[in-house]
Design a protein around this ligand. Structure first.
Ligand code: FES
Length: 176
């Protein structure tokens, strides 16, 4: 089967490169690879939350490593996206403490409200629902991650409000 190749416009702005170089500066010159995870986050955040092969190659070039070393990491972690995704990714924690507090029902509720299945993007490109493993905020179950932030003690009313706020462009996704 032929694999879809998603196109992405790559824009390594001076601001983005300054943030990347700052991250790299935390490591010795011969250990630039150690900055790979945070650099990928920066690159992804600056490119509509996904990393094309071309962008991964660019990261490899910046870190002086082989492209395959980047591909391995990007495909291992669920936090990196290799195709275009919804602008607002609702990442529900699906580990036991959150499930006991109703995550599954909330995911069903959210999917029904948005008219998608888990892993699908809404037709307007705005939303996607995903299940992830424990996010370390079990005391605030049920919870999800939205951008860089946690949304905790979720209820159907809170989901409704979040969806409205996203549609009204009132949600901040990144803390920088
Ligand atoms: S089980 Fe959901 S945050 Fe830990």
């Amino acid at each position: 089967m032929e694999k879809t190749h998603y196109k992405q416009e790559i824009n390594m702005t001076p601001e983005l490169m300054a943030r990347i170089n700052e991250l790299i500066s935390h490591y010795p010159e011969d250990k630039r690879k150690s900055a790979l995870l945070p650099v990928l986050h920066e690159a992804q955040d600056a490119h509509e939350n996904w990393l094309s092969i071309e962008l991964q190659d660019k990261v490899a070039e910046i870190l002086h490593i082989k492209p395959v070393e980047v591909y391995e990491v990007v495909t291992f972690y669920t936090m990196y996206n290799t195709k275009p995704i919804g602008k607002y990714m609702f990442e529900f924690c699906q580990t036991s403490p959150c499930c006991l507090k109703g995550t599954e029902d909330l995911m069903d509720y959210t999917c029904e409200k948005l008219g998608v299945k888990v892993g699908e993007t809404t037709a307007d490109g705005l939303f996607e629902v995903r299940g992830v493993e424990c996010l370390g905020a079990c005391g605030y179950a049920p919870m999800m991650q939205l951008g860089d932030f946690y949304k905790e003690h979720l209820t159907e009313d809170k989901i409704d409000q979040l969806i409205t706020d996203c549609r009204d462009d009132k949600i901040i996704l990144h803390d920088k």
